[in-house]
Design a protein around this ligand. Structure first.
Ligand code: TMP
Ligand code: ASP
Length: 240
């Protein structure tokens, strides 16, 4: 596998081409961003921690039958994935009320939900990722009705796998964001889970102490951000 040119630089990852047009390298940098890029910093060991965290989760999901873009870890900070055409929609699942749902509806953070709540957001930093519903997605052409259904089914399956995984490690999986797309070499094929699953895109609370183990530590200036990412990683069995 030969590493090629940079093709996309996101807020925390850089994507590189390879000699295979249908495979790209995801490079996890030490950069952290919040509030749509308004708050930025570098955190030592973040890149390698998230690379390993994501690989572990993607491999766990694959073993359980959830198709993802992930292929393999290449080195400390890089993983090989299938090149994807992503849907412009973020799927959020909430098991416990927190963050924007608490603000929007005036419900106290930590309120347990009797069943998971699904929300969709339009992926657009300039508009601050506004919340949308399945009609917006379908009528505005961001995804077909079938794909909206499929995202919901896949997201529910992911929740059924990951919630107990964290639970058994003494961690509440409060909420998280998933992104889906199709591989460029299979444009009419199955919807695959893409992007990443790391503490940057979810909320993880220690069940005993209530301590936050995710990006809220950065958003809310709670300190020791990566120490907590690594503690969560170790508890679920990520080899660090
Ligand atoms: P929220 O409470 O800000 O709506 O976020 C819910 C969860 O989804 C939280 O774990 C963070 C994650 N998320 C992202 O990582 N990126 C996003 O753009 C959005 C909207 C949510
Ligand atoms: N993921 C978004 C960003 O990095 C939103 C957030 O985390 O606050 O800007």
């Amino acid at each position: 596998m030969i590493k090629g040119n940079e093709i996309y630089r996101g807020k925390a990852k850089t994507v590189y081409a390879t000699d295979d047009p249908n495979r790209v390298i995801m490079h996890y940098r030490d950069d952290v961003s919040a509030f749509d890029g308004a708050k930025l910093a570098k955190l030592e060991k973040k890149g390698e921690t998230n690379n390993r965290f994501n690989a572990f989760i993607m491999e766990t999901l694959e073993k359980e039958g959830v198709k993802t873009h992930f292929e393999k870890i290449l080195n400390e900070r890089e993983s090989l994935v299938r090149s994807m055409k992503m849907l412009k929609v973020e799927c959020v699942v909430r098991n416990i009320c927190a963050g924007s749902m608490s603000k929007r509806l005036g419900i106290e953070e930590g309120t347990r939900l009797s069943e998971p709540i699904f929300e969709y957001f339009y992926k657009n930093d300039e508009l601050h990722d506004p919340m949308v519903n399945d009609d917006h997605i379908r009528v505005l052409g961001w995804a077909s009705e079938d794909d909206v259904q499929r995202m919901r089914i896949k997201t529910r399956r992911v929740n059924n796998i990951l919630k107990p995984l964290f639970d058994n490690a003494g961690i509440d999986l409060v909420d998280y964001k998933l992104e889906f797309g199709r591989a460029t070499d299979d444009p009419n094929g199955a919807l695959l889970l893409g992007d990443e699953f790391t503490p940057d895109g979810c909320r993880l609370w220690d069940k005993k102490t209530g301590e936050k183990m995710d990006k809220d530590r950065f958003r809310r200036d709670l300190g020791n951000v990566i120490d907590f990412y690594r503690e969560a990683a170790k508890r679920i069995g990520v080899p660090l």
